[in-house]
Design a protein around this ligand. Structure first.
Ligand code: NAD
Ligand code: G6P
Ligand code: MN
Length: 441
């Protein structure tokens, strides 16, 4: 059985240890010979890497483990790059969230102006990863989680159209696991879904079991009562602010009763309520700095100090399982059906060919094939046209260094009430993003 070499880019990420554990737990179906980490922040990465080194050694000393900030060393001899950069780190996420709130607009990591600001920071470094990979390991695949995945995907489509990069998101699969548990199934793998939309902007149109029996009505009954909240401790999204998003599933079902909505639609369709209820001084970034980030780094330090990972709380999760499943499908031609972000080209028949959409795809050795989702209704089509225009204008603005286009991108976002507000937010963003953005003229 082929053994792969995997590079995790953004090695200092809070998700790295989970992916490493998942890789180790999956060695029977997806054997690995090497796990490497790459980051541009040596000090941050080292804290995670030293703990991962112990985890790997205790699990299987034959698997080589290393970490580096040097691109040549990192990208040489790899089969997969699993990317999860946060360009500007949590300090900039805090700005992405707080600046829009200051202007009465939703402040979110991937949606609205915050997502656009983050997109303009991410695209350059992601293209950098693609280029390193193609230089040092031309046959490798880049599996990208780095957000905002929608804008990153449009950027890679425009700038590296022939590269082996697949942009992905864990939200649909996490929600599918919740749906599955809500109706007494073990997990999402017991279900077959039809889904269409853009990243963080989509809908399930059909959910069936593998015998073809419809499960939508049962799931809707749950969502109609309590959104995507559940009565089990399972799953990734359990903090207070996530529960708000999960609860919104119920209102989203009122807005579109035919389908099940992705929770991220809350930020567009329930923007006023989101702004009204948000703590504008203490946003999700603060919650993570005081929560997930602290916990992960404390646990890594504990492992290093104890010189053993025995009894560790670091564990695999849905996020890790999805990206490892994808690598497995590409390596062993499993033909697994997975939701990926792909160029439309007719998958949604009444939507632009050149839009990056999120639809189910069949994944095998030679890449992936999107499944046809057919025609979509006017409501969704209208919303998606506006959103894709915003995403495309963001990337065009970055490529051309155009103030006008980035301003139009913000104006186009359904979260922003007027061009004037868009301009005020943009001007504040330019001030704090000098180190990361091209100069906009
Ligand atoms: P994090 O800040 O803990 O980790 C990100 C790491 O990237 C940091 O160690 C940072 O130093 C590194 N980094 C930043 N710029 C870099 C560059 N140019 N080159 C190399 N390394 C660089 O963040 P996190 O919360 O663990 O999230 C990581 C990323 O994964 C974020 O973009 C997040 O939004 C994304 N994410 C996406 C999904 C999805 O569904 N697509 C799910 C979860 C997380
Ligand atoms: C979901 C989304 C991701 C997002 C992640 C973590 O899984 O799909 O795009 O990055 O949640 O969000 P958080 O706010 O916990 O960092
Ligand atoms: Mn996502």
């Amino acid at each position: 059985m082929k053994k792969s070499s995997v590079l995790i880019a953004g090695g200092g990420s809070t998700y790295t240890a989970g992916i490493v554990v998942m890789l180790l737990e999956s060695v029977k179906e997806f054997p690995v010979r090497k796990i490497k980490l790459y980051d541009n922040d040596a000090e941050r990465q080292q804290k995670v890497a030293e703990a991962c080194a112990i985890i790997v050694k205790e699990y299987d000393p034959e698997i080589e483990f290393s970490y580096s900030t040097d691109p040549e060393e990192s990208f040489t001899d790899v089969d997969f790059v699993m990317a999860q950069l946060r360009v500007g780190k949590y300090a900039m996420r805090e700005q992405d969230e707080k600046i829009p709130f200051k202007h009465g607009v939703v402040g979110q990591e991937t949606c609205g102006p915050g997502g656009i600001a983050y997109g303009l920071r991410s695209i350059g470094p992601i293209i950098g990863l693609v280029d390193y990979m193609e230089k040092y390991s031309p046959d490798a695949w880049l599996l990208n989680y780095s957000n905002p995945a929608a804008i990153v995907a449009e950027g890679t489509r425009r700038l590296r159209p022939n590269s082996k990069i697949i942009n992905i998101c864990d939200m649909p699969i996490c929600l599918e696991d919740i749906m599955a548990r809500a109706i007494g199934l073990q997990n999402r793998k017991a279900m077959e879904v039809r889904y269409f939309g853009l990243n963080h902007f989509g809908w399930w149109t059909s959910i069936k079991d593998h015998d073809g029996n419809d499960l939508m009505e049962k799931i809707k009954a749950h969502v109609g009562k309590q959104g995507y909240t559940e009565n089990t401790p399972a799953g990734q999204h359990k903090e207070a602010s996530w529960l708000d998003a999960m609860r919104a599933g119920k209102e989203l079902l009122d807005i579109e009763p035919k389908f099940l909505s992705n929770t991220y639609l809350k930020y567009y369709l329930m923007a006023d309520e989101t702004v009204a209820h948000a703590n504008k001084e203490y946003t999700r970034a603060n919650e993570i700095i005081d929560g997930r980030e602290k916990e992960v780094f404390a646990e890594c330090a504990r492992i290093v100090e104890a010189k053993t990972a025995k009894g560790t709380t670091l564990h695999s999760n849905e996020h890790a399982s999805f990206i490892v499943d994808l690598a497995k499908a590409l390596t062993f031609n499993t033909k697994e059906r997975m939701l990926l972000i792909t160029e439309n080209n007719g998958a949604i028949s009444n939507f632009s060919d050149d839009a990056m959409v999120e639809v189910p795809c069949i994944v095998g050795k030679n890449g992936y094939e999107p499944l046809t989702m057919g025609k979509i209704p006017t409501f969704q089509k209208g919303l998606m046209e506006q959103q894709i225009a915003s995403e495309k204008l963001a990337i065009e603005g970055w490529i051309e260094g155009s103030y006008q286009k980035v301003w139009q991108s913000l104006t186009m976002s359904k979260t922003v009430p007027s061009a004037k507000v868009a301009k005020d937010i943009l001007d504040d963003f330019i001030e704090v993003n000098k180190e990361f953005w091209p100069e906009l003229k």
